[in-house]
Design a protein. Structure first.
Length: 347
């Protein structure tokens, strides 16, 4: 068992939600309520991340940081057609299509920062770093977790030396955190993946995907998870940096869908006009992310939910507008009741 997971009085890990929702205040509030808060390093410069870490540390000494593992550049011709498709969107919002560039999200600079100023846990999304990288962070005093979406990924991360695995089902909101963004691969639901990964590796599992209530938390704990990583349930909290048009969409009941339209990598969001009208975006991350960034920023500034990514898990209509500490306590309390009721039914 991970020492950090064992220390939690509530088996709730706040998902690192890049692009605005994750804040020092949200991470600290979740940790203060007995769970584990996270900062998102994705889309942040190393300098900005350092400021986020310092701000969070002033509020709590227990939190983690999530880092995107860089991929490889996408061939220009695969992006060119989609760039042309985005031109009317840019005109609609009075802006221009962004440059579809590749970068590694300041990978080395962030690793250096987290090695010199360690946090309790560093988690990784979009891949598994080398054993050398994981050992370097562990030597600095951090636990290392890796997000996986298949059994093969779980086995790779275990072999590399991960301390725990974030097992993400296809129900999850925002990006699918697996190692590849392959079109032909079947996505796996959380309950099935928990069972499969639990048989394949001997590591603590943190379940992620569609968990918004105490009953959902109880279900993954019963299936073998040590805790649940939960994001959507915190999006309506006052501590979250969720934009107002995103909040408004979360108060509705439109369906969700996996899409590459906004970033070039599969991600689950609430269906809106932009998502519906661009079903054929190529697998090209982060190039498409940068191409759509000015469009999304302009739409957000206008308060138009139809032009921005509305990341949310499949159970998002169950999210409530309440402080983060109240979310953690409700999840803990209701999960304990659900597990007790299940034990009673089983006799």
């Amino acid at each position: 068992m991970s020492a950090l997971l064992a220390s939690l009085t509530a088996p709730v890990v706040q998902a690192p939600m890049g692009g605005g929702p994750s804040t020092p205040e949200l991470a600290a509030a979740v940790s203060g309520a007995g769970g584990l808060g996270f900062l998102a390093a994705g889309y942040r410069s190393a300098a900005d991340l350092a400021e986020d870490v310092a701000a969070t540390r002033r509020l709590s000494d227990r939190f983690g940081v999530n880092v995107f593992v860089p991929g490889e550049p996408t061939a220009t011709q695969e992006v060119a057609g989609y760039m042309a498709e985005l031109e009317p969107e840019a005109s609609r919002y009075g802006t221009e299509v962004g440059e579809p560039r590749f970068n590694d999200d300041e990978w080395e600079a962030k690793l250096e920062l987290l090695g010199e100023d360690p946090v309790r846990v560093v988690s990784f999304t979009f891949g598994c770093p080398s054993t050398q990288v994981l050992e370097r962070l562990k030597a600095a005093g951090s636990e290392v977790w890796v997000t996986v979406t298949t059994v093969a990924e779980a086995q790779t991360a275990a072999a590399a030396g991960a301390d725990a695995l974030v097992v993400q089902g296809h129900e999850a909101g925002a990006h699918q955190g697996g190692f590849r963004d392959a079109e032909a691969e079947e996505t796996i639901g959380l309950l099935a993946l928990l069972q499969l990964a639990g048989e394949a590796v001997e590591l603590p599992l943190v379940a992620s995907g569609g968990i918004v209530t105490g009953a959902g938390l109880a279900a993954v704990l019963a299936a073998g998870a040590s805790a649940a990583q939960i994001g959507t349930a915190f999006l309506l909290c006052p501590e979250a940096g969720t934009s107002e048009p995103h909040r408004e969409a979360l108060r509705g009941a439109a369906p969700t869908r996996l899409t590459r339209a906004f970033t070039g990598r599969r991600a689950r969001g609430i269906v809106n006009r932009f998502l519906s009208e661009h079903p054929n975006a190529p697998s090209a991350y982060p190039e498409i992310h940068f191409a759509t960034a000015p469009i999304r920023a302009a739409a957000r500034a206008r308060g138009e939910a139809d032009g921005i990514s509305l990341w949310a898990g499949q159970a998002y209509p169950l999210a409530r507008e309440e402080p983060a500490a109240a979310v953690v306590e409700r999840l803990r309390r209701d999960s304990e009741r659900a597990l007790a009721a299940a034990r009673e039914r089983l006799g």
